[in-house]
Design a protein around this ligand. Structure first.
Ligand SMILES: Cc1cc2nc3c(=O)[nH]c(=O)nc-3n(C[C@H](O)[C@H](O)[C@H](O)COP(=O)(O)OP(=O)(O)OC[C@H]3O[C@@H](n4cnc5c(N)ncnc54)[C@H](O)[C@@H]3O)c2cc1C
Length: 264
């Protein structure tokens, strides 16, 4: 599904006049007062403005003071068989979130979209262990699958079988307050850093692309300095209210919901 969205966005960009250069690794981005030089092994490009959206690799090319504020975490996505797959389609079950006290006990169950993997997609999230995209372990062991099933799936969802038909590793980029990133690079306003940070942010990518960093200060890295927890430990800010209004769900919202609504 994501790949199809990317293909469509690339096609629309091309039809609007964009020139696409694929499979060309950017190895350096050097701004000066009048332009930015983008270097690849093939050649150098001069650009008036550069948008850097290289996902978990964004830290390699961003200025170090911004790179240091971002972490990358390994996540695992599982697809399990079910006794009755028809009861897990988009027509029969909504997206289910299981909000527990700890981040790592959070569970999301996705209904099967038409044409998707014929199995029930279930994820958790972890933010305790950080990783590096160049060395991350992208294999999912049987032990990892069994542990996940025993701990999270079997006690919570009936009808989901132990047979894991697919498991994939994916990476989240994490900011201090778990929201998306749209910020100028400290080296130059001509360089904009953008990261949806996760698949959730990816869904908003077309809207994000229309937001220049100058008009979205609530997405900059420095915004986290203004977030103050209240006496109950709940962060309350215009950012969260704005997020609700815009229909954004970010991980910080999830954490606050957990603090507000968790019932023993
Ligand atoms: C199977 C799967 C299931 C997932 N499920 C979920 C989910 O349920 N929930 C969720 O929140 N997230 C999920 N994710 C994660 C989500 O898809 C990603 O977090 C999101 O797509 C990241 O988008 P991005 O644009 O920031 O990065 P990417 O999609 O990683 O794009 C970055 C691009 O930059 C390119 N690039 C990097 N460095 C350079 C360079 N130096 N020069 C040129 N190009 C470069 C890369 O090749 C890549 O094409 C899943 C991921 C996978 C693979």
């Amino acid at each position: 599904m994501n790949e199809r969205c990317v293909e469509v966005q690339l096609r629309l960009a091309h039809e609007s006049g964009a020139v696409l250069h694929t499979n060309e690794e950017v190895v350096a981005i050097d701004p000066d007062s009048s332009s930015v030089t983008v270097t690849t092994p093939a050649r150098s490009y001069q650009a008036d403005n550069v948008v850097l959206s290289t996902g978990p690799w964004i830290r390699d090319l961003a200025a170090s003071e911004h790179a240091e504020q971002l972490t990358v975490t390994r996540q695992v996505v599982f697809w399990f068989d079910a006794a009755d797959l028809a009861s897990f389609t988009t027509d029969t079950i909504p997206y289910v979130m299981w909000i527990a006290r700890r981040d790592e006990d959070y569970i999301g169950l996705f209904p099967m979209p038409p044409g998707g993997t014929p199995a029930v997609k279930i994820v958790s999230e972890q933010f305790l262990e950080t990783t590096d995209p160049s060395s991350v372990d992208r294999t999912v062991s049987q032990t990892e699958i069994d542990t996940f099933y025993d701990l999270h799936v079997a006690p919570k969802f009936s009808g989901v079988r132990r047979d894991c038909v697919r498991a994939e590793v994916c990476l989240y980029v994490n900011t201090a307050d778990d929201h998306f990133l749209i910020d100028s690079d400290p080296r130059s306003d001509r360089i904009t850093l953008m990261s949806p940070c996760s698949g959730h942010g990816f869904k908003h990518s077309t809207a994000q692309a229309g937001m220049p960093s100058s008009s979205s200060s609530f997405m900059t890295l420095s915004r986290a300095e203004h977030l103050q927890p209240g006496p109950d430990g709940i962060v309350s800010s215009n950012l969260l209210i704005y997020s609700f209004l815009q229909g954004f769900r970010s991980r910080s919202m999830l954490r606050n919901l957990r603090k507000s609504w968790y019932v023993e």
